[in-house]
Design a protein around this ligand. Structure first.
Ligand SMILES: C[S@@+](CC[C@H](N)C(=O)[O-])C[C@H]1O[C@@H](n2cnc3c(N)ncnc32)[C@H](O)[C@@H]1O
Length: 278
């Protein structure tokens, strides 16, 4: 693990990602048993609104069996597996953190999807894929971790074929943070920089994308994160039994921090669609 990936672990969503095995065991599924995408969907999406959000991306990107898709920041593989199985697309799932990438590959094999999904451990900032090799790009709640937007969007633009579409779900900033909010964002959410919705659109246009469509998701995402925190806290006893103290308290703190930053009026969110001109 590098220093950069080690510091990601102060965001408790990324700590002990093998906890998905605890959830599967709690359902009587053995560690080496075959899996379906539906078995995993409640636990393998690290973004908001789970498979509904990926269904929206599939429609916006018009994915089908001929599509080659790059997911940037694919976590333990939930969106990649769901998009591949639902649309028939071939997905390259790029993930920075080796432990997440390793679990993602293992779960994909157990779902019988290894011929359709390629898991690659790497950093989007290092141009890790061949130029103009994808019909579509998608990314869910990854870019909040990447302050160098010019380099990020240059790399994304390079990966996409002319005429290809780019779907993003990401956080935005609604106002200047207080010092306490800045610290919580930087450490517990690993988010050192956030643009406003308007700045986001400008950054994509500066990188050469056109027809940039921005949808403000702040209301639904504030509600989602508040309800997620509530539900996780209500299940405290069950979570202790399944995961133990460290994982349970870590996730309670992470979910609570994010819900607070939305409720405080600092965080916003957006669904974004952009196109690379022909
Ligand atoms: C909140 S998670 C979302 C994972 C997945 N998209 C999902 O929705 O389930 C964001 C992921 O982006 C990855 N990531 C962050 N910076 C990255 C980079 N520079 N290149 C590739 N992946 C990155 C993180 O390691 C993390 O797994």
């Amino acid at each position: 693990m590098t220093d950069a990936t080690r510091s990601m672990k102060s965001m408790k969503l990324y700590h002990r990602v093998d906890r998905i095995h605890n959830e599967l065991r709690a359902r009587g599924i053995a560690d080496d048993a075959p899996l379906s995408v539906a078995d995993l969907s409640p636990f393998d999406h690290y973004h908001y609104h789970g498979t509904d959000a990926v269904d929206h991306a599939i429609a916006m990107l018009r994915l089908g069996t001929a599509s080659r898709v790059l997911e940037i920041g694919s976590g333990i593989g939930g969106p990649a597996r769901y998009a591949a199985s639902k649309s028939g697309a071939h997905v390259t799932a790029l993930e920075l953190q080796p432990d997440l990438n390793q679990i993602a590959g293992e779960l994909t094999r157990r779902c019988g999807l290894a011929r359709q999904i390629r898991h690659q451990c790497g950093d989007i900032l290092m141009d890790p894929v061949e130029a103009e090799s994808f019909d579509a790009l998608m990314s869910f709640l990854c870019f909040l971790h990447i302050p160098d937007r010019a380099r990020l969007f240059r790399s994304a633009h390079r990966a996409l074929k002319p005429g290809g579409r780019f779907y993003i779900e990401d956080l935005t900033r609604r106002r200047e943070p207080s010092p306490m909010e800045s610290e919580a964002l930087a450490i517990k959410v690993q988010t050192p920089y956030l643009p406003t919705l308007e700045e986001y659109g400008r950054h994509l246009e500066e990188a050469g994308f056109v027809d940039v469509r921005l949808e403000d998701m702040t209301g639904p995402w504030a509600t989602y994160t508040a309800e997620r925190t509530e539900a996780f806290r209500r299940a405290h006893g069950r979570n202790l039994a399944v995961h133990g103290v460290e994982i349970t308290e870590g996730l309670e703190d992470f979910y609570g921090t994010v819900a607070w930053l939305y409720a405080d009026g600092l965080l916003g969110g957006a669904r974004i669609l952009a196109t690379k001109p022909r």
